[in-house]
Design a protein around this ligand. Structure first.
Ligand code: HEC
Length: 144
């Protein structure tokens, strides 16, 4: 039974990897759409439009953390065009810099997760981690 369960989990993981490889443009766009949705929820909390919820705030940071760790794997050489991508050429010209931008973001996100205890601390850390959005987009996306 244990062996069977492991096989099931391993298969699921492999299927996910295969899906990402099959369509990395869709995968990275979906990942960023998730980041966009999380950001909308977070800004509503920060502005007081919806009540602050610590679990939800940490969930937003979790979505960011997963994106920061996985995004760089969805840019094979074969995915420079198509699928309505807005990925810019600089991603492939300066791959180390692109990867470093995600790593720096991941570091800020981990710190934000540690520091977020209530609305005031979340407001501050949310402000820090969202500076990376436009900074990265301005360098690594084409204007549409
Ligand atoms: C280090 C780089 C980087 C960071 C940081 C980053 N993004 Fe992105 N984002 C990208 C790239 C590259 C694309 C283009 C993907 C494509 O079209 O293939 C993108 C695309 C998007 C999209 C469009 C998705 C779609 O519909 O195709 C949204 C929305 C988005 N990002 C939101 C955010 C928000 C909000 C943040 C910050 C909380 C953020 N991103 C941080 C690199 C980044």
């Amino acid at each position: 039974m244990k062996g069977l369960l492991f096989t099931g989990a391993a298969l699921l993981a492999l299927t996910a990897v295969a899906a990402a490889q099959a369509d990395p443009i869709a995968q990275r766009r979906e990942t960023m759409k998730g980041v966009g949705a999380a950001t909308r929820t977070a800004s509503q909390m920060v502005k007081g439009e919806i009540p602050f919820d610590l679990g939800q705030a940490q969930e937003v940071l979790k979505v960011y953390a997963v994106a920061a760790d996985t995004m760089h794997t969805y840019f094979p050489e074969t995915s420079k065009a198509g699928g309505n991508t807005t990925a810019g050429p600089k991603i492939w010209e300066s791959q180390a810099e692109f990867r470093a931008a995600f790593d720096a973001w991941a570091k800020d996100i981990r710190q934000a997760a540690d520091e977020t205890k209530d609305l005031a601390t979340f407001r501050a850390s949310f402000g820090t981690v969202t500076k990376a959005c436009n900074a990265c987009h301005n360098s690594f996306r084409i204007k549409t």
